[in-house]
Design a protein around this ligand. Structure first.
Ligand code: DQA
Length: 146
């Protein structure tokens, strides 16, 4: 099984970025956590981060040929990007939307998600643990649908 985690803009700054909201653990800590999960789950996992909308779209398009499913934290693009929505609609890959913070309890401009209606589910407010919940859900989903 080939899975892909995509992290959007500013998530490379985890650790220094608004630690009261996102915590003190760094992006490298997140990568390590995900790699450890992949090893014990015996899943091939690629982990990708970009600050650029077009690169995220390219990665979603590429995933059509290489991946069985995605975990996506599109960060601020969640709330703005019809183009990322359209890429996800085009490839029709199963994916779980993740947010580290509780977006539904934050500012009103974070309440709308362009991708929620396409996602298998949305996990928010669980910190890094949310990525592991998403990967576990996706792995179970894919092993039952194949
Ligand atoms: C985020 C929430 C978004 O509103 C924000 O723009 C982010 C991170 C989260 O993981 O909580 O960059 O997706």
């Amino acid at each position: 099984m080939n899975l892909l985690v995509i992290n959007g803009p500013n998530l490379n700054l985890l650790g220094m970025r608004e630690p009261k909201i996102y915590g003190h653990a760094t992006y490298s800590d997140l990568v390590q956590l995900l790699e450890d999960w992949a090893q014990s789950a015996k899943v091939h996992l690629e982990i990708y981060q970009s600050n650029h909308e077009g690169q995220i779209i390219d990665k979603i398009q590429e995933a059509y040929y290489t991946c069985d499913g995605l975990v996506l934290n599109a960060a601020a693009y969640t709330h703005t990007s019809l183009a990322i929505h359209d890429a996800l609609a085009a490839v029709q890959l199963p994916f779980v939307e993740v947010h580290i913070s509780s977006v539904s309890l934050r500012e009103s401009y974070r309440q709308w998600s362009y991708i929620e209606n396409l996602a298998l589910k949305t996990i928010e407010g669980q910190g890094f643990e949310g990525y592991l919940q998403a990967l576990t859900f996706l792995k179970n989903y894919l092993s039952h649908s194949h």
